[in-house]
Design a protein around this ligand. Structure first.
Ligand code: AGP
Length: 609
């Protein structure tokens, strides 16, 4: 997610804005920029890469040091690769308006086409430049800039947090939010507009929180709040005082980034699906428009992304009737004989887009002229640039080393792929498609409602089982890949040995390990495998093995600890199982005093072999 800071007050604005951007760096970004008005003319300085590149470009401020109103932005690319021309702020064609933006305007292509028809030109690939020119266009017919601002935003569909400058009102900031964070910092004779509290916490702890659909007009001594539909009657809003320190504020008040990212998953589901489920209830993946249907798909990834791929294999085969293999990248890249035919597809999955083994696997596929597709979270990453095609998971920056929300977004994108290919192949059952899409749309609210309860249960179970030296995670069908992921999470976070296994495999050897000190977490959902799972559990219990069962209300499985989660249409039930596994490992690691966000020996992106 991008970082936004706007300042209007009595101090030199550019140092304040740069300081604010520094406190937003933790969110991850690939370019940055500032904008301001000097002698009634808009100016901007933008730089690709890290903030010091922008600071270097701003060393000789000259007369700009006198400027006391400015906007700043760190960009996490969603539309348009990380280049200076795509960095914010973006200007209107007539050079009078500047905008910084966080979020995704879903209908920006249609809006852009209409503006091009009206003679507007665009220098960037961003949805942001479309929005600022839409505001400029609306200004021609609206009685005020505020009215044009509100009108344009009402035409934009999707998530946005924006802050705008007008060269004719150099001390005034216009801002608005819709499904993306934005708030106001209130100082003495100064106001801040930011996407996150750390941006101005060093200057003020007094905050006005904004709601979706609200607009702010701020100048050094005044700040008015309106709604998109009423720009006449200002809203009343209580100032709240933040008690957090900077560190806590960067985590949004959560103890760790990992916990914050687990709780971001409902929003991630929304963002990942944004623009991909069309009004006529079909999946739209324009990135794949001209791609021929593959005869077979070979998924290649590492770690958690590999587990997402295994889960994806299940749904791709079942919905699109396409044979799928899933391989670990470090094995795939050293195949002695490469037998993949050229009408297949190699699908690489990577949050960072920089994992060396996955990159090597992609290059091997390309050397053999096999079509490649990357599912990535980082725009402009090596994998995204080198694959023939790329679909972005749009999960926002994932700070914690342990991958959580990225896996959810990967599985969502794999679900979209399965529906997209299934429909293209004409094998998708319309009723099943309808139910799956309906469930996808309700997932964010289902998960948002359930996460606090899941967290409390995870806390209780982590403390009850904290002395375990080893754990089994067991599942069948699509839950087998989730069992593998649950084991990986416990290993990498709490350093407790854990093994993920297909439940049916226990009798082929692993059950020899069961004893009262070797508990099992079993995925026992109310599905076709449930009868088999219950008999596997009896086998474990007859050897004094303790069992936690993640199950649904109404099942009768008798175990040491039942963990009930809402029943969700399979295999989308995975989106309620996965957070339980993440929270269980998180709470175990936190209880055992481990370094949750930076586990020992691990890196966020394994860029070496
Ligand atoms: C996940 O919790 C791990 N940190 C690790 O397994 C990770 O998933 C793996 O290194 C792959 O990373 P990538 O998705 O960035 O390629």
């Amino acid at each position: 997610m991008c970082g936004i800071i706007g300042y209007t007050g009595h101090r030199p604005a550019l140092p304040v804005v740069l300081e604010g951007l520094r406190h937003l760096e933790y969110r991850g970004y690939d370019s940055a920029g500032v904008g301001y008005v000097l002698q009634k003319k808009l100016h901007r300085v933008r730089a690709k890469g890290k903030l010091h590149n922008l600071e270097d470009a701003l060393t000789n401020l000259g007369a700009a040091i006198t400027v006391s109103c400015a906007i700043g932005h760190t960009r996490w690319a969603t539309h348009g690769i990380p280049e200076e021309r795509n960095a914010h702020p973006h200007f209107s064609n007539d050079g009078t308006l500047a905008l910084v933006h966080n979020g995704i305007i879903e209908n920006y292509q249609e809006l852009k086409a209409e503006l091009v028809q009206k003679g507007y030109g665009f220098e960037s690939d961003t949805d942001t430049e479309v929005l600022i020119n839409l505001i400029s266009f609306c200004r021609q017919s609206e009685p005020s800039l505020l009215a044009a601002f509100a009108k344009a935003l009402s035409l934009a569909h999707g998530a946005y947090a924006v802050c705008m400058l007008d060269c004719e009102a150099p001390q005034t900031l216009y801002a608005a939010r819709m499904q993306a964070p934005l708030l106001v910092g209130k100082g003495v004779g100064e106001y801040f507009i930011a996407s996150d509290i750390p941006a101005f916490l060093a200057s003020t702890r007094d905050v006005l929180f904004l709601e979706d659909g609200e607009i702010v007009v701020a100048s050094p001594n005044t700040c008015s709040l309106y709604t998109l539909t009423d720009i006449v009657h200002p809203l009343k809003r209580e100032v709240q005082t933040i008690q957090w320190g900077i560190q806590a504020a960067q985590k949004g008040g959560y103890r760790h980034f990992m916990l914050k990212e687990i709780f971001e998953q409902p929003t991630v589901i929304q963002d990942c699906l944004s623009g991909r489920i069309k009004a006529d209830n079909h999946i739209d993946l324009p990135e794949l428009a001209s791609m021929p249907l593959p005869k077979q798909i070979h998924i290649v990834a590492c770690g958690t992304s590999y587990h997402a791929g295994l889960w994806g294999q299940h749904i791709l085969e079942n919905l699109a009737h396409i044979p799928v293999t899933t391989e670990i990248a470090s094995e795939f890249r050293y195949k002695e004989r490469f037998l993949i035919p050229q009408d297949d597809l190699v699908l690489v999955i990577s949050q960072s887009g920089e994992t060396a083994d996955t990159l090597a696997a992609l290059r091997t596929a390309k050397e053999h002229s096999i079509p490649t597709l990357a599912l990535c979270n980082v725009l402009g990453s090596s994998l995204a640039r080198e694959a023939d095609r790329v679909c972005y998971t749009q999960a926002g920056p994932e700070i914690s080393v342990a991958s959580t929300k990225a896996m959810t977004s990967q599985m969502l994108l794999l679900t979209c792929l399965a529906l997209f290919f299934g429909e293209k192949k004409g094998v998708l059952d319309p009723l099943q498609q309808k139910h799956l899409l309906a469930t996808l749309k309700t997932l964010p609210i289902t998960l948002a409602n359930e996460l606090p309860t899941m967290h409390e249960k995870a806390k209780f179970l982590a403390r009850k089982y904290a002395q375990a030296k080893s754990f089994f995670f067991l599942g069948r069908g699509h839950c087998f890949s989730l069992a593998l992921e649950g084991a990986l999470k416990l290993k990498e976070l709490s350093y407790i040995h854990a093994e993920g296994y297909a439940c049916g495999e226990m009798k082929h050897g692993p059950i020899a390990l069961i004893d009262p000190h070797f508990p099992s977490l079993v995925l026992a959902l109310d599905d076709a495998f449930y009868p088999k799972i219950t008999s596997n559990v009896v086998e474990i219990q007859s050897r004094q093995g303790r069992v936690i069962a993640i199950t649904n209300p109404g099942t009768d499985i008798a175990v040491d600890d039942r963990w009930e989660i809402p029943k969700v249409l399979d295999p989308l039930s995975a989106f309620c199982v996965l957070p339980c596994l993440q929270l269980f490992s998180y709470e175990m690691a936190d209880y055992l005093g481990k370094d949750v966000d930076q586990p020992r020996n691990l890196a966020k992106s394994v860029t070496v072999e």
